[in-house]
Ligand binder design. Structure first.
Ligand code: SF4
Ligand code: SF4
Length: 102
């Protein structure tokens, strides 16, 4: 299954191989948890979630489109060419009961 849709990316836990831009990550030590980035991530990507008190980006869902960057009031979203492995518990958010993108 090609990871062409968000549903497929969630099912396979794979990024769309056609995406060439690097994913982005939130620097937790600088983030003020305002949720602005979350509201600016396009629904077809739907990569940013509240995770407890943190705001997180699931790398496999992030196209690197950059729409979230100008939304951040403290500029704490950075390119992440080599993302760390995604924790299992982050996968509870896409299509979970509080998925903000469905
Ligand atoms: S770069 Fe685009 S896809 Fe990635 S988290 Fe930001 S808005 Fe979402
Ligand atoms: S917009 Fe910036 S400060 Fe606000 S939640 Fe997102 S990363 Fe954190």
């Amino acid at each position: 299954m090609a990871a062409g849709t968000r549903q497929e990316r969630v099912a396979t836990r794979e990024r769309n191989p056609k995406w060439k831009l690097p994913v982005v990550r939130i620097e937790m030590s600088e983030c003020i948890n305002c949720d602005a980035c979350l509201r600016h991530c396009p629904d077809q990507f739907g990569a940013i979630f509240n995770h407890g008190i943190d705001v997180i980006i699931v790398p496999e869902l992030c196209s690197g489109c950059g729409k979230c960057l100008p939304a951040c009031p403290v500029d704490c979203i950075y390119e992440d060419p080599t993302p760390a492995p995604t924790p299992d518990e982050w996968w509870a958010h896409p299509y979970g009961p509080e998925d903000p993108y469905v």
